[in-house]
Ligand binder design. Structure first.
Ligand code: C2E
Ligand code: MG
Ligand code: MG
Ligand code: MG
Length: 289
């Protein structure tokens, strides 16, 4: 059975990476292998979608930016979670094509929005291992060269935990992206390993405080202190701060009182398809004064 799975992995043109998932049960292994074959087909068929979750500016009181989140409406399995298929794509050398696919859609959507004079930027999640992949970085340049948007309309979100098997390569790539105008955001801030080192070494514009710290910050003294002092520190380092995972109006008010720059979460909106976002971009109502 195990051998069958390995052969299937080989036949899929992969290098036996599934062996690394040694504690994975055989069924999971087989499911993963078929899921990745199905992902290839879905990418090919254009079935993978990109939805957008607003980043609400607490200073301008409008949606200033959006985060692209990949969505896979699977024919028989329903929506497959990105936690599942992005992680598998990373392990099976599919993360570059998936990310470039997402980037292409984001660039196209941004061009439409900005052409209608909507001053909006968009963030794309970039797996840390891609940053030290020369062919990926070259492809980003190729896409930018033909894109109808300036590089300054893009933000790359990278996670500190995934950062980094190759810190030097990743830092060099991020510096380059910064130089050409793409903003760099540290995602899930606070959950990674050596946060202060990354704050010092990475050319960041923004941090996104992980939702595990944000969610109860208005209720829990320790979380409140961590969030408040993180915002203070980030501002002293000239970084913007996004609070992720805001589901509660009291939480949003608390973050506003802390001087947080941007809020993201189900309270404002879940990720929605591009056509639903337009109305939100044009909406002027202030959320939670
Ligand atoms: P992330 O970048 O930290 O994205 C935030 C996740 O939290 C999203 O889940 C979002 O839907 C969810 N979220 C947002 N607001 C709330 C809230 O108020 N409450 C709760 N409970 N959750 C909230 P999603 O879309 O399932 O994505 C999960 C992760 O998958 C992302 O975490 C990101 O790391 C990864 N991912 C998604 N799209 C892409 C992509 O295009 N490329 C890459 N490399 N990774 C992606
Ligand atoms: Mg993100
Ligand atoms: Mg996040
Ligand atoms: Mg996350």
């Amino acid at each position: 059975q195990h051998a069958d799975a390995a052969i299937a992995a080989e036949q899929a043109g992969r290098d036996g990476v599934f062996w690394q998932l040694s504690d994975t049960r055989n069924e999971d292994l087989e499911r993963s292998i078929s899921l990745m074959g199905e992902l290839d087909a879905a990418l090919e068929a254009g079935e993978i979608e990109v939805h957008y979750q607003p980043k609400y500016s607490l200073r301008a009181d409008r949606i200033a930016s959006v985060e692209a989140l990949v969505r896979w409406p699977h024919k028989t399995r329903g929506f497959v979670s990105p936690e599942v298929f992005v992680t598998l794509a990373e392990k099976t050398n599919r993360i570059a094509p998936l990310t470039l696919y997402v980037l292409q859609i984001v660039m196209k959507d941004l061009a439409v929005w900005r052409n209608d004079h909507r001053d909006v930027t968009a963030a794309v999640n970039i797996s840390a291992k891609l940053l030290s992949t020369a062919s990926f970085n070259a492809s980003v340049e190729d896409l930018l060269a033909v894109a109808k948007i300036p590089a300054t309309a893009l933000i790359f979100e990278v996670t500190e935990s995934a950062a980094m098997s190759d810190p030097a390569g990743a830092v060099a790539a991020l510096r380059h992206y910064r130089e050409i105008g793409i903003a760099v955001s540290m995602d899930d801030y606070g959950t990674g390993q050596s946060t202060l080192t990354y704050l010092r070494e990475l050319p960041l514009n923004e941090i996104k405080i992980d939702r595990s710290f944000v969610q109860h910050a208005h209720l829990n003294r320790a979380d409140a202190v961590l969030v408040q002092s993180t915002i203070q520190m980030a501002h002293d380092l000239n970084l913007k701060v996004v609070a992720e995972g805001i589901e509660d109006i009291a939480c949003l008010r608390f973050l506003r009182s802390c001087g947080c720059d941007f809020a993201q979460g189900y309270l404002i909106s879940k990720a929605v398809p591009a056509h639903m976002l337009i109305a939100m971009l044009d909406q002027k109502a202030k959320i939670a004064a």
